[in-house]
Ligand binder design. Sequence first.
Ligand SMILES: NC(=O)c1ccc[n+]([C@@H]2O[C@H](COP(=O)([O-])OP(=O)(O)OC[C@H]3O[C@@H](n4cnc5c(N)ncnc54)[C@H](OP(=O)(O)O)[C@@H]3O)[C@@H](O)[C@H]2O)c1
Length: 148
Amino acid sequence: MSAVEAELSVWSPEALDTLLPWCEARGIGFLAAMPLGNGFLTGTLTPGEGFEPDDMRARHPRFTAEMMAANQPIVAGLRRVAARHGEHVTPAQVALAWVVAQGRHVVAVPGAKQERWVTENADAARLCLSARDLTEVSGLPRAQGSWE
Ligand SMILES: NC(=O)c1ccc[n+]([C@@H]2O[C@H](COP(=O)([O-])OP(=O)(O)OC[C@H]3O[C@@H](n4cnc5c(N)ncnc54)[C@H](OP(=O)(O)O)[C@@H]3O)[C@@H](O)[C@H]2O)c1
C-alpha cells in the first residue's frame, strides 16, 4: 500500500485522530478527499442556495439552509486567517493549506471543474500558515449537521 484516500477537511477532521498517524507510522501517503468540504469551506456558497437534483449536496444534511447558516462561523474563521495573508488570499486556500500542514505525507485532492478554481487551489501550495493560524483554524467550531 502506498497511499490511503479518505476525507479530511477543516469541518471533517476525524482522520487526524488515528488514520493520519497510522499512515505516517508506516510511510504511507494520505490523500485528503473533499478538502474543501464539497465547496462549503470556500465561502462561495450561500445558505439556501439550491443544488441541482443530481448534486449530492441537494440531499446532504450539512447543506440544508439551516445547517449552512449554522456553520458560517467556520467560514468566517477561514476568512479571518486569509485576511492576515493579503487581500487576494481566499478561505479555500486557507482550508487547503491547513490540510497539507497536517503532515509531510498529506496531499489534498480538491475537486474543481473551473480553471480559475484549479489555479487558485494550486496557488494554495505557496501559502504558509503560521503556528497561530493553524491553531486558530483547528480551534474553529465543530461543524453542525451529520455527515453521512
Ligand atoms: N475516497 C473517498 O472517500 C472520496 C469521497 C469523495 C470524493 N473523493 C475525491 O475527493 C476529491 C474532491 O472531492 P469533492 O470534489 O467532492 O469535494 P471538494 O474538493 O471538497 O469540493 C469541491 C467543490 O468545491 C468547489 N471549488 C473547488 N475549488 C474552489 C475554489 N477555489 N473556490 C470556490 N469553489 C471551489 C467545486 O466547484 P466546481 O464544481 O464549480 O468546480 C466543487 O463544488 C475528488 O477528486 C474525489 O474523487 C474521494
